[in-house]
Design a binder for this molecule. Structure first.
Ligand code: AMP
Length: 565
């Protein structure tokens, strides 16, 4: 087989910067300057580290830590709430995150940003919001939410928070994961690891149930994303077996059912569309969301909407709501069936169902689950808190791993004793890849491009694949590796991750071997290397997603000048 050039790259966790000038340091120094604190010249002492787990949600976020008794605990925010709305209000150079911002969504919609998680991984040209003459990317906006969580946690625990494990939907791709790491670093965290939300939920559930072998189906329907994952808890091991999902399916789609129902009714009665006005839309969305929540416990609810001096009262029953949402429930069902197929399992193989995400409180979701399987639903886990708690457990596991490598103590003795002292030693978590990672090659016979899968979906992580390809012509000057993510063999149907462009030695004959290696690390971020004629090179992927390296430094400076509360 011959191929178009291949080049490889190291896909960096974040765009590479000189360590002395890293975004994290820059952000920290800028913050210290703004707050009048003495500048920290070296990283905190190893034994002073404190790590948290963060569920960075589409609609709500939560933080947890491991307490002195080795138990995960949610940390309330400055408003004494256990979860913080992922909503930002820009008010001059002040940034308000949380309930106050959410409550202002109707009065000042032009100053509000929400549902940022759905935009993660997009380049700035594709998604940005502008406030006070400054343009913010999805990473920067997420960093502001993380910053609020960090400040509130430090105030509550009365100590600096250095490290974090941040969760992402299992179905997040490389670009979305990289953007989440950048957001964490911009907020001033050392991001220990990015872990999958269902893995975190399984960790929170499984901590006390290790050694009770069981296969758990994690059904995670949040404000903006849907993930299903099959996990096996066996001895001290928690293994991910299969995962699938839709990162654009969540609570908002159910809210929009009521919003659109009202808009139709408004149009029918008054010949006007109330959704064309941002303020009117926000007001309606808020009412629709609370009607949706009411319909989880009541048979009917009502929404009243005023617009342009006219009003409509819409009575909606649970039956009617369920009928109108049927296509969304069907989507969930299809994804559940797909993951069972991928795992090569039947519903009889599932021992327990773990429901995660606020939307799983809806009766129609519980009905779907009971129709799919007779396996019992675990009901001793709070769907809003499980993910953050699991992430806080992973934070300790990551720090213990670091201790093992460095031989240096980074955790308080009591915390370490709680974890290492557990029967059977440390918990081992194994994740799998949620997407296939491939390279675009040239097919000389059919004269067309196709995708060659390097690391297939559902491979255990960390994963490594090495393959040899040939140069497509003699004296080829460069190998250009196009890295893609997706299940199709057609390049147009996969997500391009970026390009690695490598110079080749001169005068190579046609078909000269080019070795391509893909390595997928624990954060599920890709590293690529190329070897041609004995020269081995790790090359950065020129990513076409997220923030460019020069934009990261700018972002750190931008954020440092804002006051976050
Ligand atoms: P999460 O991202 O996991 O915090 O999920 C939040 C989503 O769950 C939002 O869309 C909420 O409106 C929704 N939600 C929370 N509680 C309920 C409830 N009791 N009934 C229906 N939806 C809910």
């Amino acid at each position: 087989m011959t191929s178009d050039p291949i080049s490889i790259s190291l896909a960096p966790l974040v765009p590479y910067m000189d360590p002395d000038k890293s975004a994290e340091d820059t952000a920290r120094k800028l913050h210290q300057k703004a707050a009048g604190e003495p500048a920290q010249t070296s990283s905190p002492k190893m034994n002073q580290r404190k790590a948290v787990g963060i569920d960075l949600g589409t609609t709500f976020s939560a933080v947890a830590h491991i307490d002195a008794y080795g138990k995960p605990q949610i940390i309330p925010n400055a408003e004494s709430e256990r979860i913080t709305p992922s909503v930002i209000l820009f008010d001059g150079s002040n940034v308000i995150v949380g309930t106050t911002a959410k409550n202002n969504a109707v009065a000042e919609p032009e100053k509000i940003v929400d549902f940022i998680k759905r935009e993660m991984g997009k380049p700035k040209e594709q998604f940005h919001r502008e406030f006070g003459g400054k343009v913010y990317s999805a990473e920067e906006l997420s960093a502001l939410i993380l910053k609020k969580l960090k400040l509130d946690t430090e105030k509550y625990l009365k100590q600096p928070i250095t490290d974090a494990v941040i969760t992402v939907p299992a179905y997040f791709n490389d670009a979305e994961r990289t953007a989440t790491i950048t957001a964490g670093q911009l907020a001033g965290f050392n991001v220990l690891q990015i872990i999958n939300e269902p893995t975190a939920a399984a960790l929170a559930y499984g901590l006390d149930k290790l050694n009770e072998d069981q296969t758990v189906f994690v059904f995670d329907l949040g404000g903006g994303t849907f993930d299903v994952t099959i996990m096996r808890i066996q001895g001290q091991h928690i293994n991910m077996i299969a995962t699938n999902g839709d990162h654009r399916l969540g609570g908002k789609d159910w809210d929009d059912i009521i919003v659109n129902h009202m808009a139709e009714e408004f149009d029918r009665r008054h010949g006007e569309n109330p959704l064309l006005d941002l303020q009117s839309y926000q007001a309606l969305h808020t009412r629709a969301l609370s009607a949706k929540i009411q319909l989880s416990s009541r048979d009917q609810s009502a929404v009243v909407h005023h617009h342009n001096g006219k009003s409509v009262k819409l009575e909606i029953t649970r039956n009617e709501f369920e009928r109108r949402s049927q296509h969304l429930v069907e989507k969930c069902k299809t994804i559940c069936e797909m993951v069972m197929q991928e795992a090569n399992m039947t519903w009889d193989d599932i021992d327990k169902i773990l429901l995660v995400g606020g939307m799983t409180r809806m009766p129609m979701v519980r009905t779907l689950v009971s129709q799919l399987t007779k396996a019992p639903v675990i009901d001793d886990v709070n769907p809003d808190e499980a993910v953050a708690k699991g992430a806080s457990i992973q934070a300790i596991l990551s720090l213990l791993e670091e201790e093992k490598v460095s031989g240096e103590q980074v955790l308080p003795t009591d915390t370490r004793d709680q974890f290492v002292g557990r029967e059977g030693g440390l918990i081992q978590v194994t994740n799998i890849t949620s997407h296939t990672l491939g390279v675009v090659l040239w097919d000389e016979v059919h004269l067309e491009e196709y995708v060659f899968p390097m690391i297939r979906k559902m491979t255990a992580i960390p994963a490594r694949a090495r393959n040899s390809f040939g140069t497509a012509m003699s004296n080829m000057q460069r190998a250009v590796v196009r890295v893609v993510e997706g299940e199709s063999t057609l390049p147009g149907e996969c997500t391009p991750l970026g390009i690695c462009d490598v110079e080749l030695p001169a005068f190579l004959p046609k078909g000269s071997p080019v070795e391509l290696t893909y390595e997928y690390n624990a954060n599920q971020v890709l590293e690529v290397s190329v070897e041609a004629s004995g020269n081995r090179a790790k090359v950065s992927i020129e990513r076409n997603t997220g923030l460019a390296p020069n934009e990261v430094a700018q972002a750190a400076a931008n954020l440092g000048s804002l006051r976050v509360a």
